[in-house]
Design a protein around this ligand. Structure first.
Ligand code: UDP
Ligand code: MG
Length: 353
């Protein structure tokens, strides 16, 4: 059984080597305990890092024949990086994990065990132990709110650290939407899923790429990406306001008929105008979010552009001791740039072949 480890990396130069060493050690220790023969490949995705990450990946690919990498032309975000990793992974099962060692490699063995017991998705759910209280409370409130809205069930603490079977990976790859909200995508594909909890490790080096603004936008994506309930809610709100307005009109007319016309009403008028225009703006924004998504989907742009892959660097093959055959080591510009040409699982290219 071939297991692919997909690792998105964005400015992870400080940890990527340590990550590789740590995971390799871990793999070596648990592989003999399995009755099935396990082989591994590492699929690193350099998400347009501005630091030395790519150089480290090149070195790793030179040193360890299990290492493959894809490097983007610029930063396309973690969702795109995971997609690229899944496309390039050739394994019978794929484990997605972060490069910052926050996802304990010790759990990989447990994931594989649960996978061999017939689960297509094995999910590690992190507990919020050690998180700031405000962050925990916001998360809890958010998930309660969002699960009322979305069609798929989103669970707090369930992230991208998971094992996917081959058919689950193929299912994910069939969803080609441009706006990728993988929490939702993974929940949407279904298949037998097993979840277990673990305590999140503190990030050892480097910094989290999440800012408050990014989190807010990510949260909005969660609400908007998977359903049209906000549009439905807008419709109901509009109807409710209309009903209130009609009742109020009837009351005003009634009062005017009984008591004659009164002039005051400055505050009522002002409140009605400002509040209603606020409501309208919000609803317009909701509609705009959907239109914006349609706009991006309609362009049908690739999710990412590849600048370089491991197939581009000459590999030294210890078995034949031969130099790479022509066609390897081509300059990045001459290699396929657009992901579409890379959709087919890329066969592992050894120079001797
Ligand atoms: N990452 C990425 N592209 C980005 C941002 C992050 O590939 O634009 C990777 C990053 O290198 C790491 C993982 O996604 O391996 C999770 O990022 P981070 O640790 O910043 O997020 P957190 O753990 O705080 O949720
Ligand atoms: Mg992290």
């Amino acid at each position: 059984m071939l297991i692919s480890l997909v690792v998105p990396c964005f400015n992870e130069a400080e940890v990527v080597r340590r990550f590789h060493a740590h995971v390799s050690r871990e793999i070596a220790s648990f592989t003999p305990t399995f009755s099935e023969r396990l082989t591994f490949e590492f699929v690193y995705v350099d998400d347009g890092s501005g630091d030395e990450t790519l150089r480290h990946l090149r070195c790793l690919a030179g040193e360890d024949s299990r290492v493959r990498y894809v490097s983007f032309s610029r930063n396309f975000g973690k969702e795109a990086a995971m997609l690229a990793g899944l496309r390039h992974a050739g394994g019978d099962a794929v484990v997605i994990m972060d490069a910052d060692l926050q996802h304990p490699p010790e759990l990989i063995a447990r994931m594989i065990t649960l996978h061999t017991q017939g689960n297509d998705q094995v999910v590690a759910r992190r507990t919020r132990a050690g998180d700031r209280v405000t962050r925990t409370l916001t998360a809890r409130a958010y998930y309660r709110f969002v699960n009322r809205l979305v069609d798929v069930e989103l669970v707090d603490g369930v992230g991208d650290f998971r094992l996917l079977s081959r058919r689950a990976v193929d299912a994910v790859l069939k969803l080609t939407e441009y706006n990728r909200f993988s929490k939702g995508i993974f929940a949407w594909i279904g298949y037998p899923t097993e979840t277990f909890a673990y305590e999140n490790a503190v990030r050892e080096q480097g910094r989290s790429k999440w800012t408050f603004g990014k989190l807010l936008n990510y949260g909005l994506d969660g609400v908007i990406s998977f359903n049209n309930k906000p549009l439905r809610a807008a419709l109901y709100l509009g109807l409710l306001l209309l009903a209130v307005a009609m009742a109020y009109t009837a009351w005003i007319v009634g009062v005017a008929v009984v008591n004659g016309v009164e002039t005051p009403g400055y505050v009522t008028l002002l409140v009605a105008v400002t509040a209603l225009s606020g409501v309208q703006m919000v609803l317009l924004g909701v509609v705009g979010e959907y239109v914006g998504r349609i706009y991006y989907e309609a362009k049908r742009r690739p999710h990412f552009l590849v600048g370089e892959t491991d197939a581009d660097v000459p590999r030294h093959d210890p078995e034949t001791n031969s130099r790479p055959s022509p066609g390897h080591g081509v300059p990045a510009a001459a290699s396929p740039l657009v992901h579409d040409s890379l959709v087919e699982p890329v066969a592992r290219t050894t120079p001797a072949a």
